[in-house]
Design a protein around this ligand. Structure first.
Ligand code: 5GP
Ligand code: ZN
Length: 114
């Protein structure tokens, strides 16, 4: 996906503030943080939306969850608490069509999901 903004971040064509990386995922600070800690975790392979995950063939959710745990520790919000969110398609609030999990924390979160 040559023009996908998150694929460009994976390829290093757009800079990011990297929080965590392994063979499967990359996590970086959101450019417009909604909380003191706001990290976006993406699969390195382009998957457009939650609906495009083949759960039988692809264990990407396990990698995203494992990365969320690591990100929470790096940001010091693992014990205090945090929220994960995956927006899917337009009415779900998805703007970037490369699957990503938001990790939000660092303050008491209210009902900000919709
Ligand atoms: P969505 O609304 O698609 O779930 O969330 C996309 C998120 O990606 C938004 O929170 C937005 O601020 C973030 N974002 C979009 N472009 C960039 C970028 O170039 N760099 C970083 N670090 N975050 C981005
Ligand atoms: Zn992409």
């Amino acid at each position: 996906m040559s023009d996908c903004i998150f694929c460009k971040i994976v390829r290093g064509e757009i800079p990011c503030a990297r929080v965590y990386e392994d063979d499967h995922v990359l996590a970086f600070d959101d450019i417009h943080p909604m909380a003191p800690a706001h990290v976006v975790i993406i699969p390195k392979k382009h998957i457009a939306t939650l609906m495009d995950i083949d759960t039988e063939k692809n264990n990407i959710m396990n990698h995203l969850i494992a990365a969320a745990q690591k990100v929470a520790k790096v940001k010091g919000i693992d014990a205090r608490g945090f929220r994960t969110a995956i927006n899917c398609n337009v009415e779900g609030g998805q703007v970037v069509f490369h699957l990503h999990m938001h990790v939000l924390g660092g303050r008491k979160l209210q009902d900000e999901l919709g």
